[in-house]
Write a protein that binds this ligand. Structure first.
Ligand code: SIN
Length: 293
């Protein structure tokens, strides 16, 4: 690890703050490798006092994989991979204000997200993170084995529908509503991390709509239990933003939740989202869901 890089753990289950690196500079491969390792070790990592232009945020993100262009949220003019996450003082609903894993509704879900704080409220607006690896490990061996044999169906249809939380109108974000043709994709309910081998639950309240081959009532019973279990405080950490803060989380094993507790204030973030490399996609286990009766 480069000598200047310091890593400080923030909580028992996940989260570490990294200092001694300027993300605005093109980092040597050894530094990027150390950051990647820290992400694998801690699942979400944080940096303070950075100054990132959209170009630099894109350049930093692209060191970890191809960048996603969101299917519903319009990117910045000239930077389609950069999503501006803005809550204006007059907006009621924030973006990301419920537990979720980014882009699990895609065939090839994002592996990571990098969020940079441009403007933060005077108070509030923290983001919560929950380790889904810790959530899996806390289950009984019997339930672990059962879940390892199950797949779940994910879709953006509910969250990005006209009534959904994500598609609500916000002054400074252009978000399209998902139409009736939005896809459904099947992912294993327990994801074996392709880089660490650690197992994590891979269902989330925003985008997981049912368990494959189960009746809706049966699905809801088990999913409701898991959604409750997965957000137990002991699996979480909480990050208080300042302008210039950066969070980088691993969507394969982490849920996150943007708190909406700063009425009348402005919060402005920029996110780039890292897709899997094509080689990882080749070994993907997702497939399109069959129609259900
Ligand atoms: C998101 O879900 O990507 C937004 C998180 C945040 O604004 O804290």
């Amino acid at each position: 690890m480069p000598e200047t890089l310091k890593i400080r753990r923030l909580a028992g289950a996940l989260g570490a703050e990294i200092s001694g690196v300027d993300l605005a500079q093109e980092a040597p491969d050894a530094t990027i490798a150390a950051i990647r390792q820290a992400l694998l070790d801690h699942q979400v990592i944080f940096f303070r006092d950075q100054t990132l232009t959209p170009e630099r945020q894109v350049a930093f993100g692209a060191r970890f994989g191809p960048l996603n262009i969101h299917p519903y949220v319009a990117g910045m003019a000239g930077h389609p991979e950069v999503m501006e996450v803005v809550k204006e003082p007059g907006d009621r609903v924030n973006f990301g204000g419920g537990w979720h894993s980014d882009m699990s509704f895609l065939e090839r879900p994002a592996i990571g997200s990098i969020l940079y704080a441009v403007e933060t409220p005077e108070f509030g607006g923290d983001t919560l993170f929950a380790s889904q690896a810790a959530a899996f490990e806390a289950l009984s061996p019997g339930l672990q084995v059962t879940l390892e044999g199950l797949n779940a169906i994910h879709s953006a249809a509910r969250e990005y529908s006209a009534q959904g939380h994500s598609a609500q109108k916000r002054k400074s974000m252009a978000i399209a509503e998902a139409d009736g043709l939005v896809g459904e994709y099947v992912h294993p309910m327990v994801l074996v991390h392709p880089e660490t081998g650690r197992k994590a639950l891979y269902v989330n309240p925003a985008f997981t709509i049912r368990i494959e081959g189960w009746k809706t009532r049966e699905s809801m019973a088990l999913l409701s239990y898991l959604f409750e279990h997965c957000r137990y405080e002991g699996f979480t950490c909480r990050f208080n933003w300042r302008p210039g803060s950066v969070a980088f989380w691993d969507n394969r094993s982490v849920w996150h939740f943007a708190l909406n507790d700063y009425p009348g204030q402005r919060r402005h973030m920029r996110r780039v989202t890292v897709d899997p490399w094509p080689v990882e996609a080749a070994s993907k286990t997702a497939r399109r869901a069959e129609a259900v009766s």
